[in-house]
Design a protein around this ligand. Structure first.
Ligand code: UD1
Length: 422
């Protein structure tokens, strides 16, 4: 298995291009199942999760062709020839559940394995299922699979989410586009990826209002048609690389970066002593001077501070002047990077959903193990700031969500290389 070797020290300078959003692409791809006409996505990221979704869609009978070195995905679901999403594929990635709503909406039946994905808490799919039931779906759980039927088709309904779920909002939003009548989704997620999905669905002929707010209204239509859509910028990749000069010093421009995607995160960077400036190509980030200041962080649904940047932010705060408190409100068990950062000399105490980080002068390189996607990149960031060498193993987590991480960081002067496994 491959690992990543990072040698700490040295300021960074230059430019990093930001890819299309993994999480947007993973919900835009299943939208192809809603129409018998082609859907083409541009600005797609080159990631193993995208390959997994490709494999899943192909197993259902969709044609998915990767063009321009993977940046363009040409998809076509003339018919859905198989309505079962098999455990062997679904277990690799939780977002696989997103094929359920579209298949059910288009053909009135689907069987989908219960998902796997990052080991960051229980992560059930009950909200997805209840939302589809509100649209008239009949569901049965058998042998680890959800068997869903909608004889006579889905019907518009009222969906009241008890808590905000990105995936459940996406699933029911896609399903509602082909349901008969009007669907109102209350307490909907407001993430930019939801707005991106709604934009794409509108291009396909869907009638959607209110995306980006907590109430989305969908007027069902008889059929959707083909479209071409660019995937929105990856705000998590953006935030991750904004932290690289913040941790190491120097100045880096993130090409394609947009402030509106990372506003809450930028407020915390500002409080920590990191300057963020809009340029005509993206965002420029620099450490103002000296040691960064401790800040408290609470993760929340968008527009709050994203849980997907919590691990990386913790890496930054490990060397801050003072004590920071990070509260994780979205997922339980999402501090698995803390013990690894402690191996690098960080001072962190975790109690339930709260981590207290007391900054140290200097982190020290160590062999560490990635436990999930965002945890792995937080260890790389910490390694950039540490004295000596850090080897991050279990790099397959990283490959799920960061394209060319070694190339992108080396281009701004980081000492980082991939070591091929035996
Ligand atoms: C998506 C993102 C993930 C991000 C998360 C929160 C994708 C592919 N993944 O995941 O990177 O960390 O949003 O921003 O877009 N929950 C339930 N029942 C459900 C669904 C969710 O209890 O049926 C809970 C979850 O356990 C969690 C919370 O709701 O505590 C939010 O999860 P959700 O927004 O659904 O996350 P995902 O869509 O899986």
């Amino acid at each position: 298995m491959d690992s990543i070797l990072v040698t700490g020290g040295g300021e960074l300078s230059g430019q990093i291009p930001i890819a299309g959003a993994k999480n947007a692409c993973l919900t835009l791809m299943p939208a192809t199942l809603l129409s018998d006409e082609p859907l083409t996505l541009t600005n797609a990221p080159r990631l193993s999760d995208i390959k997994t979704m490709t494999e899943l869609l192909q197993s259902l009978g969709a044609e998915v062709t990767s063009l321009q070195d993977g940046k363009v995905l040409a998809m076509s679901s003339h018919t859905i020839s198989n309505h079962t999403a098999d455990y062997d594929i679904v277990r690799k990635m939780r977002a696989s559940i997103l094929v359920l709503g579209p298949m059910l909406a288009r053909d009135g039946h689907a069987v989908v394995s219960l998902p796997g994905g990052c080991a960051i808490g229980a992560r059930p799919v009950d909200l997805h299922l209840k939302a589809l039931e509100a649209l008239g779906a009949e569901l049965e759980l058998k042998d680890g699979y959800v068997h869903a039927k909608a004889p006579g088709g889905l019907k518009g309904g009222i969906v009241d989410f008890p808590l905000v779920s990105v995936g459940a909002t996406e699933n029911v939003l896609m399903a509602a586009t082909l349901a008969k009548g009007t669907t109102v989704i209350n307490n909907a997620a407001r993430e930019p990826e939801i707005v991106d999905l709604a934009d794409c669905l509108r291009k396909m002929g869907a009638q959607i209002d209110g995306d980006g707010t907590s109430t989305i209204t969908v007027q069902g239509v008889d059929r959707l048609h083909g479209a071409t859509h660019p995937v929105v910028t990856d705000r998590i990749e953006l935030g991750t690389y904004m932290l690289a000069p913040a941790i190491c010093g120097g100045e880096v421009e993130l090409l394609g970066g947009r402030l509106d995607l990372v506003a809450a995160f930028c407020e915390k960077l500002d409080a920590a002593g990191i300057s963020v400036e809009e340029t005509d190509k993206g965002l420029k980030v620099a450490r103002r001077n000296g040691r960064i200041t401790a800040v408290d962080v609470v993760t929340e649904p968008f527009p709050g501070f994203p849980t997907d940047l919590q691990a990386q932010m913790m890496a930054l705060l490990c060397t801050a002047n003072g004590t920071s408190v990070l509260e994780e409100k979205i997922f339980e068990n999402r501090f698995m990077h803390a013990p690894e950062l402690i191996r690098m000399g960080a001072q962190i105490e975790v109690h339930g959903g709260t981590a207290t980080v007391t900054g140290v002068d200097q982190l020290k390189g160590a062999p560490v193990m990635a436990t999930d996607l965002r945890a792995s990149v937080s260890l790389i960031l910490a390694g950039l700031a540490a004295e000596g060498e850090t080897v991050v193993s279990r790099v397959y987590h990283l490959d799920r969500g960061y394209e060319h991480v070694v190339g992108k960081l080396s281009a701004v002067g980081a000492k980082i290389e991939r070591i091929k496994g035996q």
